[in-house]
Design a protein around this ligand. Structure first.
Ligand SMILES: [Zn+2]
Length: 367
């Protein structure tokens, strides 16, 4: 399989502060903004040095053209992003800062995503992974959001439609709702969008909670937008079940010609921005499930798009595991941070055990 990369990804400097909130005098030692270049440098090094290396063929990406961005974005919005970068340091939303180099990075991210898609559509490879940054799935036709400037996965789906693929499916397993992709195809019957995400509550006016199951799309697109909103701590088994019971039957009926995966690692058990407890084994299974679906319905055509993933080292392990699943190699790398077992009683059994133990020594206390 191919991996597409563009060096501009490293130039987008999002700064440092208190997580994604910028500097505060209360904090003496700030941390990098969670969407930083180090996280994808580690994914790159993992895929270049890990045991999967012999399966991967690296290719350079390119810049997107203005016309390509207009596949899903409003012209005035594209102008506003260019101006915000030029006038920087700028703030697109509270958590989405830009600097002058962010413009080239955003064009490189979108163009590299399109390069990966073009290679799959041309039959140069069955599977391509675009290791891009900034991410895209929160970017809407006319609104930046959640660290995202241009909607990379949506651009790729729309390109495939214009190149003759009749139906395209976008499955998003980033831990956050793919609200940008949802909005791009809200009324469209020809692009099915399915987002797995954590029910996380609103992050303020720029990133309200969306992604409820009754957000179905409108008009001819009604029912083609599918939201799998999962509770905090769902874990590997919950993701497996959601894929088997929702994604597999719906996309078997939809029979897409291309599968695009919005591929974040922030559902991992060690992500500062997610609380879903998915381990390397879970990501390996998701990768395998995506490949099975692409083989069954899309002549093998599968594009993986890098989205979030903020555990700066563990995300790289999760991406390696994802590609082990996609390539069917079986486990090649052990999970270095062990495994959090699914423990679904939310503490009830533990509380009962405490009460049973101390109960005899306290009047009126029992399990
Ligand atoms: Zn995310």
């Amino acid at each position: 399989m191919r991996v597409y990369w563009h060096d501009e990804a490293l130039a987008h400097d999002t700064g440092a502060g208190m997580f994604d909130q910028g500097p505060t005098p209360l904090i003496e030692v700030p941390e990098l903004h969670p969407e930083n270049s180090e996280r994808i440098r580690n994914i790159r090094s993992m895929l270049r040095k890990g045991p999967i290396v012999s399966h991967l063929e690296w290719h350079d990406g390119r810049y997107a053209t203005r016309e390509e961005l207009e596949l899903v974005h409003a012209p005035a919005y594209i102008d506003s992003i260019e101006a915000a970068c030029a006038g920087s340091p700028g703030i697109l939303t509270q958590a989405t800062p830009v600097v002058p180099a962010s413009w080239g990075a955003a064009l490189g991210s979108a163009g590299t995503a399109l390069s990966a898609t073009e290679a799959v559509l041309a039959g140069d490879c069955d599977v391509a992974y675009a290791l891009v940054r900034p991410p895209g799935h929160h970017a809407q036709p006319a609104q930046a959001d959640g660290y995202c400037l241009f909607s990379n996965a949506a651009l790729c789906a729309e390109l495939a439609r214009r190149r003759g693929i009749e139906r395209v499916a976008v499955v998003d397993w980033d831990v956050h709702h793919g609200n940008g992709t949802q909005e791009c195809f809200w009324t469209r019957p020809d692009v099915a969008t399915i987002s797995f995400h954590m029910r996380h509550g609103s992050w303020g006016p720029h990133h309200p909670q969306t992604g409820a199951p009754d957000e179905l799309g409108d008009g001819d697109g009604r029912g083609r937008n599918v939201n799998i909103e999962l509770p905090v701590g769902t874990g590997d088994e919950g993701y497996r079940r959601a894929w088997a019971r929702v994604v597999e039957p719906l996309l078997a009926a939809f029979d897409p010609g291309l599968l695009v995966i919005a591929c974040g690692q922030d559902a991992s058990q060690y992500d500062p921005n997610g609380r879903m407890c998915v381990s390397m084994a879970g990501f390996r299974d998701l990768g395998a499930a995506a490949r099975r679906l692409a083989d069954a319905h899309c002549n093998g055509r599968l594009v993986l798009m890098q989205e979030g993933g903020y555990g700066r080292t563990y995300s790289a392990y999760c991406m390696h595991a994802t590609l082990e699943g996609v390539l069917g190699t079986g486990p090649l790398l052990d999970d270095p941070l062990a495994y959090l077992p699914d423990d679904r009683d939310r503490g009830d059994a533990a509380i009962a055990a405490v009460l049973a133990a101390v109960g005899p020594y306290w009047s009126g206390i029992s399990a």
